[in-house]
Design a protein around this ligand. Structure first.
Ligand code: SAH
Length: 245
């Protein structure tokens, strides 16, 4: 049966890829994906056939990948981070449908929540929620509801898609909702271009985060009420201190 790999590349270049991801890319005859991610790996596979499509063409991209696999090619659809976290894995299954002859293999990768957390220190040590601020596929009311619930439940929160040209003030709106239940001093941070050229990070309070300008290559972290800044790093206690008492 023809294989269609849906591969999470991790945040940046090849050093962040798992061995399984590398093996899938080696085996594939055709590499598909968003232009930016294809560019991250193209140099390593100069002889492979490549199909790079612009960002908003996810449905078309998945259709082409499924069709290529159905026609007999081994295909790898690449995604940044993990293929199943705001990635293409779900849409590939939906596109192939119930009766496809293609075997779909999802290959996990390091998602931005985890690679970004490592840059900032240890903000996600305890329970955390991951929320995307993109309202392209999710109504903004649903996003607000989830932000409010995660804020009230004192989760550490990781925000994906915090901004775009059309959504410049969404991070500010999200911070406003979190401030309904959280202290303005709540420790926060962001990481930009994780594992790529131009990686940058900052640690700040929730009220300061409200005024930050971030772009679409940034992941934002909001600690829980116990998260502290230690030596410039964000650290959420796991609870060992209470155990020793
Ligand atoms: N599948 C990806 C997420 C895709 S959604 C993953 O698992 O990481 C796109 C969002 O992910 C971006 O807006 C940003 O918030 C985050 N992101 C992905 N890669 C990133 C990187 N290298 N640096 C910072 N943020 C990143």
């Amino acid at each position: 049966m023809q294989k269609l790999y849906v591969v999470g590349l991790g945040p940046g270049g090849r050093e962040y890829m798992t061995g399984e991801a590398r093996a899938a890319l080696e085996e594939a005859e055709l590499l598909c994906g968003y232009t930016v991610y294809i560019d991250l790996i193209r140099a390593d596979y100069p002889d492979k056939e490549v199909l790079a499509t612009p960002m908003t063409q996810e449905i078309e991209r998945c259709r082409m990948a499924v069709e290529a696999a159905e026609s007999g090619k081994t295909v790898a659809m690449v995604c940044s981070g993990d293929a199943g976290v705001y990635g293409m894995a779900g849409l590939i299954y939906e596109t192939a449908g119930e009766n496809s002859p293609v075997e779909i293999v999802v290959v996990p990768g390091i998602t931005a929540a985890l690679s970004g957390a490592a840059v900032l220190g240890a903000p996600l040590i305890h329970d955390f929620a991951v929320i995307s601020l993109s309202d392209l596929l999710t109504p903004w009311e649903t996003i607000e509801k989830r932000l409010r619930a995660a804020g009230e439940a004192d989760f550490c929160i990781c925000l994906y898609n915090p901004s775009s040209k059309k959504r410049a003030d969404y991070l500010k709106r999200a911070c406003g909702i979190l401030l309904e239940s959280r202290d303005p001093q709540n420790a926060c941070g962001w990481v930009k271009n994780i594992g790529r050229e131009g990686q940058e990070s900052r640690v700040m309070t929730l009220s300061e985060l409200m005024e930050e300008k971030v772009d679409m290559f940034t992941t934002v972290f909001i600690g829980n009420s116990s998260t502290r800044v230690m030596g410039g790093k964000l650290v959420t206690p796991r609870g060992y201190e209470n155990k020793r008492k």
